[in-house]
Design a protein around this ligand. Structure first.
Ligand code: MET
Ligand code: ZN
Length: 720
């Protein structure tokens, strides 16, 4: 039984990828050291593959992002030097970044700016294919174009044909002997026209006399049989995230091509029941020429369990990327009749682990009333205004303030046990007090405490909640060199005690202005964690929502009048195929409503969203029944405003007037432009003035002048 794997994390066990590249940016690593270091990392990755599977793609390594590399290979952008390359990644000239399908990885988006595309093969500054013959890794033309922007429909078909022809000549020129084509966009809901374009363009691969394998993942392919008719040697399908759809279609497919059966999850950490999977593979083998592989690239997982700080009961239930390779191997062994290692591997899987009857009962007892606020919005609005007495164009920020070197250093000291809890608390209180003072001086209307105690908006809550474990060093790349550690939701989730009330109440004690209680919503906690799969996600969401609901009650008792529940991941978590959207948004919206349902009518509930285009989901967003939404807008320009107009939006809204992703300090006039466009659509009584997102990655030197401008803008607007 042959085995295959792809998409193994490039990060390295010690996050070498991050350290090398950031070292280069800071001038501590030379170009030669960078190149050599990255090559070494790639070698390590290859030897990891080699230890477990028979074959894998070559040339997967990048210096930042695959989509960018592909754009450079095809001459969409030029980069003569590494400096040019990284200028496309970060800073003023950087390409836009967006979520890669429904994952938390962000890619750089090539932009055709509405022009007719012209392609030519260029040797990139990082030549991933240098010296490679076998199984060269390429992003397929369709996925590349489909995920780009600014490519007019009228050009798409021809562009795909041309790019495919160019890819074929590149493959020939390089003398590759076989090719791995990554084509996940084929799992999207495509039109007949798009399928025809794919068919016509990819027919050209019949000119090549070598095996080309085409890989799809993240969902089912709506026309799987069509892929098997194309001139490829093998087709990779996802049999984990396909809701059974791929398997169903395979039932009526006759082929002598290789079926790369994606049976090991690349997106979640739970151990594969390798013996059961082996049964499936055996069945498929009766009909197909099967190779066992992963479903979805493995870079969504931490590199290896080695050194992970997980509770021991959990250690024997999970697998990170390296262990997933092992699972592929164990499945193949079991198919060939050797089940012993596989049996041992799954012996620790135990579904009674982490269960909590009390929480289950509480979720079970929920009725429709638990998802409703008792007083309708227009009445709430009046009650809230009586309490808050906010001016026209109220100003606020999104939650976090700069996480300075010192804040991070002291927090780390405390986390490592080198600073006692009392001294740490005094330090955090000091930071909060400074932040309150600064906000007083700036003259903002609604304050935040600054989130200095939080490493990360999800991990912080994961540490406080029962049923969620944090991984210590389970790092995953979210974009470029930026990493995060997704927690593991391993059981029923319960709040044992207040999680954030102490800091918020302390902040409120220092000022007469309202301080927002700051919470991360259920969908975002779920989206940025690994979630147990035998408990329905919907139930997990309601469990987290109940914890938040209790926290809000404690806020109210502590005199907090405004609460913000951040849901930046609500769009990203939506399924790739729109036909599943209703089902998803139903629980996503209800979980938000459950958080707020017992809040007093005079408690003003805010939500915050960012990182995505929200136009498409506006109909769902309005169902969340918040009082105020702050939303990223300075990068998506006017589109979002139109979307609000279409749904007759009647809530209050703060469109971000400052793109906090760059150190640039916008002037009053620049911020005003965004507001003026929006005021054509949104009544001024409903308009808040705030930045796009939290300020934790900014420096105080940028934050203070920018917020000064922001407050001045509000003052000017009030006088007009
Ligand atoms: C990614 S959304 C971030 C919201 C959070 N409250 C912050 O300000 O950092
Ligand atoms: Zn945000």
């Amino acid at each position: 039984m042959k085995t295959y794997a792809y998409g193994f994390p490039r990060l390295g066990k010690q996050r070498e990828f991050k350290k090398l590249i950031e070292g280069y940016w800071n001038g501590k690593v030379t170009e030669e050291e960078l190149r050599q270091g990255i090559r070494n990392l790639d070698e390590t990755r290859k030897s990891t593959y080699t230890r477990h599977v028979s074959s894998y793609p070559q040339g997967e390594m990048t210096l930042y992002d695959h989509m960018l590399d592909t754009a450079l290979l095809y001459g969409v952008y030029r980069a003569e030097t590494l400096e040019d390359y990284f200028r496309l990644c970060r800073g003023k000239e950087a390409l836009e970044m967006t979520k890669w399908f429904n994952t938390n990885y962000h890619y750089l988006v090539p932009d055709f700016e509405g022009k007719k595309p012209e392609f030519s093969i260029q040797t990139p500054v990082w030549d991933r294919h240098e010296g490679i013959e076998e199984n060269a890794y390429l992003i397929a033309p369709f996925t590349f174009l489909k995920l780009s922007k600014g490519l007019k429909r009228e050009y798409f078909g021809d562009a795909l044909k041309e790019l495919t022809a160019l890819t074929i000549s590149y493959i020939r020129e390089k003398g590759f002997k076989s090719v791995h084509l990554d084509d996940p966009a084929l799992v999207m809901e495509l039109t007949d026209e798009e399928w025809n374009w794919v068919k016509e363009a990819y027919a050209q691969f019949s000119d090549l006399n070598m095996p080309v394998n085409l890989f799809t993942y993240y969902d089912s392919v709506d026309r799987l049989s069509l892929l098997f008719e194309l001139p490829f040697a093998g087709i990779g399908v996802d049999l984990v995230h396909d809701r059974g759809e791929n398997l169903k279609q395979l039932g009526s497919i006759r082929t002598n091509k290789v079926l790369f059966a994606g049976v090991v999850d690349g997106r979640n950490v739970w151990r594969n029941n390798v013996l059961k999977t082996a049964e499936l593979v055996k069945k498929l083998s009766e009909k197909f020429n099967v190779v066992v592989t992963n479903a979805a690239p493995l870079f969504h997982l931490p590199v290896s369990l080695e050194g992970a700080t997980l509770p021991s009961e959990l250690l024997e239930k999970v697998a990170f990327a390296e262990e997933k390779l092992k699972e592929i191997n164990l499945i193949a062994k079991a198919v060939s009749g050797d089940e012993s290692e596989g049996r041992e591997w799954i012996s620790g899987i135990d579904l009674s682990f982490g269960l909590n009857e009390k929480v289950k009962e509480r979720v079970g007892a929920l009725s429709s009333e638990d998802f409703e606020r008792k007083v309708p919005y227009q009445e709430r609005k009046k009650l809230q205004q009586e309490v808050l007495r906010l001016p026209l164009f109220p100003t606020t920020t999104i939650g976090s303030f700069p996480q300075t070197e010192e804040v991070r250093r002291v927090r780390l000291l405390y986390r490592k046990g080198n600073l006692d809890a009392d001294s740490y608390e005094i330090f955090i209180k000091g930071e909060i007090a400074k932040a309150i003072e600064i906000q007083e001086e700036l003259g903002l209307d609604v304050f935040v405490h600054g989130e200095f105690e939080r490493t990360d908006m999800v991990e912080f809550f994961a540490e406080k909640l029962e049923g969620i474990a944090t991984t210590g060093n389970g790092w995953v790349i979210s974009y470029g060199t930026r990493c995060y550690r997704p927690p593991i939701i391993y059981g029923d989730v319960e709040r044992k005690e207040p999680m954030t009330v102490k800091e918020i109440a302390f902040a409120q004690s220092l000022t007469d202005k309202p301080v927002k209680g700051m919470l991360t919503g259920p969908v975002t906690i779920i989206a940025w964690s690994f979630v147990r799969e035998d408990i329905p996600t919907k139930e997990v969401a309601y469990q987290i929502a109940l914890a938040i609901k209790d926290e809000i009650k404690d806020y109210e008792d502590a005199g907090i009048k405004i609460v913000q529940i951040d849901e930046p991941a609500i769009r990203e978590k939506a399924p790739i195929k729109k036909r599943y959207w209703n089902e998803y948004f139903d629980w996503a919206i209800k979980s938000f409503r459950l958080c707020c349902s017992s809040a007093k009518p005079e408690t003003q509930i805010h939500t915050h969203m960012c990182y995505s285009e929200f136009g498409e989901i506006m109909d769902y967003i309005v169902e969340m029944d918040f009082d105020v939404i702050s939303i990223e807008a300075s990068r998506s320009k006017g589109d979002i405003i139109e979307a609000f107009e279409k749904v007759n939006f009647d809530r209050q809204i703060g469109l971000g007037v400052w793109d906090i992703h760059s150190p640039y300090v916008p002037s009053v006039e620049e911020m005003r432009e965004i507001v003026e466009r929006a005021l054509k659509v949104i009544p001024k009584e409903n308009f808040w003035i705030n930045p796009d997102c939290g300020l934790k990655t900014r420096r105080w030197e940028e934050v203070i002048p920018a917020l000064k401008n922001l407050v001045n803008l509000a003052k000017e607007l009030r006088n007009e």
